[in-house]
Design a binder for this molecule. Sequence first.
Ligand code: DC
Length: 224
Amino acid sequence: MSITGSLTIAIDGPAASGKGTLARRLADYYHLPHLDTGLTYRAVGHALLTHGLPLDNVSAAETAARQVDLANLDREALSAHEVAEAASRVAVYPTVRKILVDKQRAFAARPGGAVLDGRDIGTVVCPDAGVKLFVTATAEVRAARRLRDILSRGGTADPAEILADIVRRDARDTGRSDSPLRPATDAHLLDTTEMSIEAAFQAARAVIDDFLAKRDDNQPASIS
Ligand code: DC
């Protein structure tokens, strides 16, 4: 669907909540560019792991953050489980966050708008986004989805370990002092525990279409 004017959609939520899939589908549907901001933190974690540097080396993390190129984020290379854990560790450093947030804001500022997903999009990166969604599901359901995803790609994993990882990452992401994961006060909550991807997409679309209809109704009528 083509929209009139600019639209920024901010999508936040915990690991494996389905926010990434939802963000991609919405970006596709509304013809908007999409940025998975988790990949920017993963790129920093990946750089430190690759160079054998400790994850608490803040100045190395800052250098890696400066080198992050939004046009060159390789989802496949950054998908490993150790990279996700490393991302969550480097994401606690305010200086690293500031460097990445500046890049994310520049992406969001492009004419026409964009869809961004992450942990702090509605609260910090794009507090003025037209639509904010906060996607959740129970940790057990998220772990089951992650396991299905790994198995479908021919991998193997221990279900108990996946759940423990998710719980640990949730605790770090919600407990950090800078930009913790939490819904913006004006976010629409989408609990996908008992929802398919299709149902979540339709629910999100209803929220966005309602926002667009109200916004368009408030535009001054054109004088011909
Ligand atoms: O969404 P993801 O699983 O790819 O994110 C990896 C980690 O990056 C996540 O555990 C915390 C961090 N992150 C963040 O702090 N802020 C964001 N906007 C996105 C991700």
